[in-house]
Design a protein around this ligand. Structure first.
Ligand code: URA
Length: 210
């Protein structure tokens, strides 16, 4: 297992991923499963958040009790399929700030092209979690993280549903310090840049566009 790659192999994640992979899974089910896995991944990726203690009063007694330290997290979704994981993460982290990066893959070169970018202005003060279901070639994820670093982001994590070994390697060549969280690492990329066995086109399956 490459360094800085965390495979979240909880039985619930594995089970839900198997259901999603099936080509006969309808759009509604696929969407619900991606959201549910997003929530489970949010639980894992926030496991090491630092805590601070505040004074509170329960109905019975005062006490010092832990809360998460610092500014609200920033979740950044790579459009369009990132929305599917983002929805699940927001369920668990409802006060997170949200950024969006629109990137499409040029089908000929497989290189990312940016068409939208809107993120909170104080990225340098926040922990940033970038989400995209598929870490395939790694080019979009690398470009998105480079752009966020340009804007001051320092503490960044990347969360996906599936990763290809090639994508993890490319991503970590450019961003070795950014941990990648995935529900599974699949076998390889095909000639069209799709993860095999994978789930097919995450955006099309999420939005029912094919
Ligand atoms: N994007 C997808 O939607 N699926 C893949 O397998 C790779 C990239």
């Amino acid at each position: 297992m490459p360094a800085n790659l965390i495979v979240v192999d909880h039985p619930l994640v594995k089970h839900k991923l198997t259901l999603m992979r099936r080509k006969e899974e309808p759009t509604a089910g696929f969407r619900r499963l991606l959201r549910e896995i997003g929530t489970l991944l949010a639980y894992e990726v926030t496991r090491d958040l630092p805590l601070t203690y505040i004074e509170i009063e329960t109905p019975l007694a005062p006490m010092r009790s832990p809360v998460i330290e610092g500014k609200k997290l920033c979740l950044v979704s790579i459009l369009r399929a990132g929305t599917g994981i983002l929805d699940g993460m927001i369920e668990l982290i409802p006060s997170a700030r949200i950024g969006h990066i629109g990137l499409y893959r040029d089908p000929r070169t497989l290189e990312p092209v940016e068409y939208y970018y809107k993120v909170p202005s104080d990225l340098e003060d926040r922990r940033v979690i970038v989400v995209d279901p598929m870490l395939a070639t790694g080019n979009s994820a690398s470009a998105a993280v480079a752009r966020l670093k340009q804007d001051g982001a320092k503490a960044i994590k990347f969360v996906c549903l599936l990763a290809a070994p090639e994508g993890v390697a490319t991503f970590h060549t450019e961003h070795p310090e950014v941990p990648v969280y995935a529900a599974a690492v699949d076998e390889h990329l095909n000639d069209h840049g799709y993860i095999v066995p994978g789930i097919g086109d995450a955006g099309d399956r999420l939005f029912g566009t094919k």
